[in-house]
Design a binder for this molecule. Structure first.
Ligand code: MIG
Length: 712
C-alpha cells in the first residue's frame, strides 16, 4: 500500500509519472516536526560538531527552525536498506547520509554524499515499510548516528511529498516502489560486454591500439571509452580535428570489429565565441542566470563555462538535440560527467582567495593564517556558497539553484535519454551518468564515480549494487580495478571476478599504472574471467531485462529471498544475481578462499574458465570454499538453471541461439526457466517472441526456439 503525504508546496521533480492523491491524515510511523516547532531531540544540538561536513551541506545553514524533520524510533534489530549510491554497507544503520549531489573524488568512510540523490529507504524489522521523499533540495538521513535508535530525516527546505510504502517484506516494498517510479532503463545488449576505458587515450592511434591489443590478447571487448581528451578544447559535442583527423573512419573501423566508441559529455559549456553550442545557447537564452540576470559563469574543464538550464523542458530538448552530431557520426553510446554540476571555481571565490594571498604576502604565516590560506584554495571547488549564486527558470519562476540542486544531473541526462528516444527510435543507445536522482532511472544508468584501487572500494561496490538498484538504476557499475591510485594484479583479478556479474563491466582509471588487462602478467587468467562473463550473458541479460520489466532487482541482498533467515539480514558480501545464482566474491587481500553461507543446499560451480570447472553439491550452512586467485564460484539454487553461450571476441559475434544449461536439478526432477532474448537493440522489449521457455527433465534440457544442451 502506498500513501502520499504533502508538506508545503514542493517543486515538481517528475520522479513519479502517475501520482496517487494526497492523503490528508498525518503520516503513519513517523513523528513530524514542522518548521517553527521544536527540533527533535535526536537531531541533537551538537549535530554539527559530530559531523562537521554537515555545516557545508546547507542543512544547518539558515535557522534550524526552518527545516522539516521526520523521526522514527528503530527497533534494536531493524535494518535499513536503500539510499542508493552512498558509502557504507547494504544496511545503512549507524551513519548519516546526505543527498547532495557532489563531485567528491575521495570516497572515504566518512563521506556523507556522493554524486546522486536517491531519497528512498526501507526500514525492515519490527515494522517493515519504505519511504520516498520526492524532493528537489538537500536532505539528510541520520540513520542512528546521533542517537543509535533514531532515524531522523532533515529537509533543508520544508516542501516535499512523502510516499509511505507498506508491505510484508522489503521485496514487496521495492516492487511497489518500482511500479510507482516506472520502468528502468534498458541498455543495448552490447553494453553487457567488457568495456575498456582510461582517462588518457588521446589520439586515433590510441584507440586503434587498444582494440588491437585486446584482439591480439584474445580478450573479448565491446567498447572503448573516449574521455575528455577527444574533444576540441574540452568543448562538449566537438571532436578534436588535430587528434582525430579521420574520426568517421575510426568509428566505422571499430564498428567493423564490433567495438563501440563511447564518448564522454561534460556539463559545462565553454564560453567561447565561435563555439556553436555556446553561441546558440546564448542566442536562444538556454543558460542559468546569475543574480543580475547575466549568464552564470564558473570555471570547469575548459575554463569559463555556462550551465544549460535543463530544468526548463525546451532547454532540455535543445541540449538533447546536441547529441545528434555524434549520433550522425555512428556513435551509439555516451557517458555524462560533471553534471552535479561540478564547479572548479567561481571568480567570487577565487578573488577571495587571491585577496587573502595579497594580504598575507611577505608576512610570516602562523597557524591560523596558514590554514586559512590553504582552506581558501582548498574550498574553491564545489563550494556550497557557489550553488547559491545562480538561478533556474522553473515554470516561469526564478528558483535559486541550491533549492533544486539535486535535479540538475538528473535533468541533464534526462535531456540526453529523451533525445535518444526521439533521435534513435529504432535502436537503444547506451547512456549512463555520474549524477542522478530517482526519475532519471527511466532513461539512463549510472556509474559510481571516482573510486580508488582499494579493497574497501571493491567491498563498497558489492554493497552499493543492490541499494542502487532498489532506487531504480539497474544498469550500473563501478570503475573496475579502481579509478584512482594504482591497482595491482591481485586486486584487479578479484575485482574482475565480481564485475563479471555487474551490468556495467567497465575498466576505467586515471592511475599511473596502466590497467588494461593485457598489462598484467597473468593475462590468461583475466581472459578466462572475461570469457566467462561473455558465456554468462544469456543469463545476465535475461535476468536484467526481466528485472526491469517486473520492477524487481537483478542484484538482491540475501534477505530478499530468504526473508525468515535471520543470518541473511546481516550478510553484506554475498548477493543473489537474478533468480538462480548466488555469488560470494573474494574481496580480501591475500585471501585464497572464504566462508560462504548457504541458506539452502546449493550446487557450487567453481570456474577457472568457461570449460574448466568443478561442481559440488553443498548442504545448507557455512562452508569454507577454497578459491585460488583465478577461481570464481557461483552457487545455483535447487530447481534453477543458468543458461550460457560460447564466448566470442565481441557480443556481436556470439551465437545466442545455442545455449548450454548449467542446472541444479536432481535426477527425476524437472525445472523450467524463462529466458529473455532479443536482437540486442529493439525498443519493443515486451514482444512475446522475446521470451523462451527452457525445461530440464530426465537429465535433458529442451527449448522450442533455441538449441540447448545440459552441462555441469
Ligand atoms: O574531474 O573526464 O568521474 O571518470 O575520467 C575529473 C575525466 C573528470 C571525472 C570522472 C572520471 C573521468 C574524469 N572526470
Amino acid at each position: 500500500m502506498i500513501t502520499r503525504y504533502r508538506y508545503g508546496t514542493p517543486i515538481e521533480t517528475d520522479a513519479i509519472p502517475q501520482k496517487p492523491a494526497v492523503c490528508e491524515e498525518p503520516v503513519r510511523h513517523f513523528a513530524v516536526h514542522l518548521p517553527g516547532e521544536p527540533v527533535p531531540e535526536a537531531a541533537g544540538p551538537d549535530r554539527t560538531v559530530k559531523n562537521p561536513s554537515l555545516a557545508d551541506d546547507g542543512i544547518t545553514a539558515g535557522k534550524r527552525a526552518d527545516k522539516l524533520f521526520f523521526s522514527y524510533t528503530m527497533a534494536k534489530d531493524d535494518i535499513v536498506l536503500g539510499l542508493g549510491e552512498q558509502m557504507g554497507g547494504i544496511n545503512k544503520r549507524n551513519f548519516t547520509y546526505i543527498s547532495r549531489c557532489m563531485d567528491n573524488d575521495r570516497h572515504t568512510e566518512d563521506r556523507t554524499s556522493l554524486y546522486s540523490a536517491h531519497n528512498f529507504l526501507i526500514v525492515d524489522g519490527a515494522r517493515t515499510f519504505g519511504v520516498f521523499f520526492d524532493y528537489a533540495g538537500i536532505i539528510s538521513f541520520d540513520v542512528g548516528e546521533t542517537d543509535c535508535d533514531e532515524l531522523v530525516v532533515t529537509l533543508d527546505d520544508p516542501n516535499a511529498d512523502l510516499y509511505l510504502i507498506e508491505g510484508e517484506s522489503p521485496e514487496s516494498v521495492v516492487l511497489q516502489f518500482r511500479a510507482l517510479i516506472g520502468r528502468s532503463y534498458i541498455p543495448p545488449k552490447w553494453a553487457f560486454g567488457y568495456q575498456q576505458s582510461r582517462w588518457g587515450y588521446r589520439t586515433e592511434e590510441d584507440f586503434r591500439d587498444i582494440a588491437r591489443r585486446y584482439r591480439d590478447a584474445r580478450i573479448p571487448l565491446d567498447a572503448i571509452y573516449m574521455d575528455i581528451d577527444y574533444m576540441d578544447e574540452y568543448e562538449s559535442f566537438t571532436v578534436s580535428p588535430e587528434r582525430f583527423p579521420h574520426f568517421d573512419e575510426l568509428v566505422s573501423d571499430m564498428r567493423d570489429q564490433g567495438v563501440h566508441l563511447v564518448p564522454i559529455i561534460d556539463a559545462g559549456i565553454k564560453v567561447k565565441p565561435g563555439y556553436r553550442v555556446y553561441e546558440e545557447g546564448v542566442a536562444q537564452n538556454r543558460f542559468c542566470k546569475d543574480e543580475d540576470g547575466e549568464n552564470f559563469t564558473c570555471g570547469v574543464w575548459p575554463g569559463h563555462c555556462h550551465f544549460v538550464d535543463v530544468l526548463d523542458p525546451d532547454n532540455r530538448r535543445w541540449f538533447g538535440d546536441q547529441y545528434q552530431v555524434l549520433l550522425d557520426r555512428g556513435i551509439d553510446g555516451f557517458w555524462n560527467d560533471m553534471n552535479e554540476p561540478s564547479i572548479f571555481y567561481t571568480e567570487q571565490r577565487l578573488n577571495e582567495a587571491y585577496g587573502m594571498v595579497d594580504d598575507l604576502r611577505g608576512g610570516e604565516l602562523d597557524l591560523n593564517t596558514y590554514f586559512a590560506m590553504k582552506d581558501a584554495f582548498g574550498s574553491l571547488s564545489n563550494n556550497p556558497a557557489d550553488y547559491r549564486l545562480f538561478y533556474h527558470n522553473v515554470n516561469g519562476r526564478k528558483v535559486r539553484h541550491d533549492k533544486v540542486h539535486n535535479l540538475y544531473g538528473y535533468n541533464l541526462s534526462r535531456a540526453a535519454g529523451e533525445a535518444f528516444e526521439r533521435l534513435s527510435p529504432d535502436k537503444r543507445v547506451l547512456l549512463f551518468s555520474r549524477s542522478s536522482m530517482i526519475g532519471m532511472h527511466r532513461v539512463s544508468g549510472i556509474w559510481t564515480g571516482d573510486n580508488m584501487a582499494w579493497w574497501s572500494h571493491l567491498k563498497l561496490s558489492v554493497c552499493q549494487m543492490p541499494n542502487i538498484q532498489m532506487c531504480g538504476f539497474l544498469y550500473t557499475g563501478s570503475d573496475l580495478g579502481g579509478f584512482g591510485s594504482d591497482t595491482d594484479e591481485e586486486l584487479m583479478t578479484r575485482w574482475l571476478e565480481f564485475a563479471a556479474f555487474v551490468p556495467l563491466m567497465r575498466n576505467h582509471s586515471s592511475s599511473q599504472r596502466a590497467q588494461e588487462l593485457d598489462c598484467f602478467k597473468n593475462v590468461d587468467a583475466m581472459r578466462r574471467i572475461v570469457e566467462l562473463r561473455y558465456a554468462l550473458i544469456p543469463y545476465l541479460y535475461s535476468e536484467f531485462v526481466k528485472a526491469a520489466l517486473a520492477g524487481d532487482l537483478y542484484f538482491k541482498p540475501l534477505s530478499f529471498v530468504w526473508e525468515d533467515d535471520a543470518r541473511c539480514r546481516r550478510i553484506e558480501d554475498q548477493l543473489m544475481v537474478g533468480e538462480s545464482a548466488m555469488i560470494a566474491p573474494v574481496i580480501e587481500k591475500n585471501a585464497r578462499g572464504r566462508y560462504v553461507y548457504l541458506p539452502e543446499p546449493m550446487r557450487m560451480v567453481r570456474f577457472r574458465g568457461v570449460d574448466d570447472y568443478d561442481v559440488a553439491d553443498l548442504s545448507a550452512g557455512d562452508h569454507w570454499v577454497d578459491l585460488e586467485l583465478d577461481e570464481l564460484a557461483i552457487f545455483i539454487r535447487p530447481g534453477h538453471m543458468v543458461p550460457m553461450a560460447d564466448p566470442a571476441q565481441t557480443t556481436r559475434d556470439m551465437d545466442f541461439g545455442r545455449l548450454h544449461i548449467l542446472a541444479n536439478v536432481g535426477a527425476g526432477e524437472t525445472a523450467s526457466y524463462t529466458l529473455y532474448d532479443d536482437d540486442g537493440y529493439t525498443r519493443d522489449i515486451d514482444e512475446p517472441e522475446h521470451f523462451h521457455a527452457i525445461a530440464v527433465e530426465n537429465g535433458r534440457a529442451s527449448c522450442a526456439t533455441k538449441q540447448v544442451d545440459l552441462i555441469g
